[in-house]
Design a protein around this ligand. Structure first.
Ligand code: GLN
Length: 292
């Protein structure tokens, strides 16, 4: 007997609940399978499902519930800043909090660089490319470069840029290495910042399926901030530089202290900003260049 959409979704949500997973996952999967918006799916809940769609849904709901495979990898996409991005297991799944980092890049630029038209921007560790691509699309006069060490991640980011019509220059290499000696006004990064200790405590959907290369920031989670800050002078050619980091909720003080230590007499502004959940999430700084 064929199931109607609402019957299949009811089964999915109770199965997911039993396994302590998000109960909405069934809906997300079915929307993707049937190419429907949430509104359209919910408008016709009494429509019967084709047996092959029902089987597809059951298989994926079970795999998510039992093994914790992220739904975004199953459907191959994730939303960010109102757009859909392709994701594969080679890239981190974009997080909602990161949208706030993107927003702040715009807000801080408007405040501290009001006359600068063609901000030259570098996104370090671009992964799926969400930050670089969104900045390029939201600020068409900005000149955006994106770096990642993983060729597989860069391939995904390039596909996303083409699909969304964003002009971004992509470079493969470690942190600032491939852009050394190029001048930038804004350096943005959401680098891997999970510590070894936190790694062990991560939820299975993250720990077992997302790339550790994109998550792990060394023993204390701060390795990549240290490396980026140390090599920052190599791209700091203009009078001022805007720095925008996403951080872990417990890293606000330590990351801002790293900036103070490295650029003590060059800080024009420095702030730890919170996300919508009220957790420390971004460190923003405006630095002045030393001319000696
Ligand atoms: N920049 C990408 C993002 O924000 C990837 C981040 C990462 O892999 N650490 O989603």
């Amino acid at each position: 007997m064929t199931l109607k959409r609402f019957e299949a979704l009811r089964w999915a949500s109770s199965f997911l609940k039993e396994h302590h997973r998000d109960e909405n996952i069934g809906e997300i999967l079915l929307e993707s399978r049937l190419h429907l918006s949430r509104t359209d799916l919910l408008a016709d809940l009494k429509e019967p499902l084709f047996p092959q769609d029902e089987e597809w849904l059951k298989k994926r709901v079970s795999e998510h519930a039992i093994k914790g495979i992220p739904v975004q990898y199953m459907i191959g996409q994730a939303p960010f800043y109102g757009r859909n991005f392709k994701v594969t297991p080679d890239v981190l799944i974009p997080r909602q909090e990161t949208e706030e980092l993107v927003y702040r890049c715009g807000a801080w630029t408007a405040r501290f660089f009001p006359d600068r038209k063609n901000m030259s921007v570098c996104d370090i560790g671009t992964g799926s490319g969400v930050i670089a691509i969104t900045l390029a699309l939201e600020h068409p006069d900005w000149d955006v470069t994106a770096v990642d060490i993983s060729p597989q991640a860069l391939a995904v980011a390039k596909e996303n840029a083409v699909a969304l019509g964003a002009k971004v220059r992509f470079k493969q290499g470690n942190l600032l290495d491939p852009v050394k000696n190029q001048p930038f006004d804004l350096l943005v990064s959401n680098p891997p910042y999970i510590s070894q200790q936190e790694m062990n405590e991560l939820n299975d959907t993250v720990k077992n399926y997302e790339p550790h290369l994109a998550l792990l920031g060394g023993r204390d989670g701060l390795d990549l901030y240290r490396c980026i800050l140390r090599s920052l002078p190599s791209i700091f050619k203009a009078d001022r530089l805007l720095l925008a980091f996403e951080i872990g909720a417990s890293q606000g003080k330590t990351v801002s202290n790293l900036i103070r230590k490295e650029f003590s007499d060059q800080i024009e502004a420095l702030a730890v900003e919170q996300d919508l959940a009220g957790l420390d999430r971004d460190v923003m700084a405006v630095l002045r260049r030393n001319n000696f």
